[in-house]
Design a binder for this molecule. Structure first.
Ligand SMILES: O=C(COP(=O)(O)O)[C@H](O)[C@H](O)COP(=O)(O)O
Length: 320
């Protein structure tokens, strides 16, 4: 690496590209990768002064931050690691970043395990869950239920346009769960055979709204109409601190080519394609948000947010 103040490590560039291209995807996995990339930036830095080290870390943080806007786990991870940066010399700063990234990654894994155990208690022996997209937090609940000796079945929504349902189907098969894969449009029909809708979250807002893969809100409304409870598995890393002061969560709009190929467009003719990646499920359609700190009705999540973020003031650590 050269000695310029804002040198971004190739590992950070690669992680940022992979997050933007969804080679690395899912809120928890994105956060884990971002923390790991910051640790590499720190470890390999040849900055000669504390100022240039800090400038490098901020530049790396900004590069990662700009990849995808909706999953708050990403800025929450960057805040955790960069706020842990302390020391007066480059070696001290380096050590603090590496330690803080390590601690973040350990806590993330631990939170997912704890959340899984709490969520598993909602599932009974023989239950069928319906999933949407691919959520490691949601699958942790199924895994822990299996550990408790329960038999669980899954109806897995394909999840157009990227078909993350295929990843979920593979993970569940690896756990030994019988899987029925359905197209998204069949979900309402199969709710009659479903005991729980089980999804993850990219962000949870202060009013208890759940921001998750587009299609989650329609599924939740249908589930309410059919009397099927909706369970959202989301570790506290998914709580969005800015929403406590009235900010809304930005919904990522992705490339139209995920929906319509060039060949298809040539056949149809010129049309406008909209491809929002996420949507907002209002709290009244959600029965429980399961976190590593316990399960909450969505309306009361703000209390937990105040406890966790109440004292956080000031600018973003990658902008300072
Ligand atoms: O919506 C998605 C992934 O969207 P994308 O595929 O566009 O990233 C997942 O449900 C959440 O990120 C939660 O996942 P996890 O529980 O693993 O954090």
């Amino acid at each position: 690496m050269s000695h310029s103040d804002a040198d971004i490590h190739p590992t950070v560039e690669e992680a940022a590209d992979d997050i933007a291209d969804m080679e690395i995807r899912g809120a928890a996995t994105i956060a884990d990768a971002a923390a790991g990339a910051l640790a590499t930036q720190a470890e390999d830095s040849d900055a000669e002064s504390p100022e240039s080290f800090r400038a490098e870390m901020r530049a790396a943080g900004r590069r990662l931050r700009e990849t995808r806007p909706t999953a708050v786990s990403l800025p929450n991870a960057l805040r955790y690691v960069l706020r842990g940066m302390e020391g007066r010399s480059v070696p001290d700063l380096r050590e603090s970043v590496v330690e803080s990234a390590d601690e973040f990654q350990r806590e993330l894994g631990q939170a997912q395990d704890n959340l899984g155990r709490i969520g598993a208690n909602r599932l009974r022996d023989g239950d069928t869950v319906m999933t949407h997209c691919h959520s490691t937090d949601a699958l942790s609940c199924v895994e822990k239920a299996l550990d408790q000796g329960k038999e669980i079945h899954a109806i897995v929504k394909e999840t157009r346009p990227r078909k993350q349902g295929h990843i979920t189907a593979r993970w569940l098969r690896d756990m030994g769960v019988p899987v029925t894969l359905i197209v998204d449009n069949a979900a309402r029909r199969y709710l009659d055979q479903t005991d729980h809708v089980l999804v993850g979250a990219d962000s949870i807002a202060a009013d208890g709204s759940v921001i998750n893969k587009v299609g989650t809100s329609g599924l939740a409304v249908n589930a309410r109409e059919r009397g099927v409870p909706v369970m959202v598995a989301a570790q506290t890393l998914k709580l969005h601190p800015d929403t406590m002061t009235g900010h809304t969560v930005e919904i990522e709009m992705r490339d139209e080519r995920e929906v319509l190929t060039l060949d298809e467009e040539e056949e149809i003719g010129d049309v406008t394609v909209e491809n929002p990646a996420f949507d907002v499920t209002p709290p009244r359609y959600v029965d429980a948000i399961v976190t590593e700190r316990g399960q909450f009705p969505p309306e009361s999540i703000v209390t937990l947010m105040r406890e966790l973020f109440g004292d956080q003031q000031g600018g973003e650590p990658w902008e300072e």
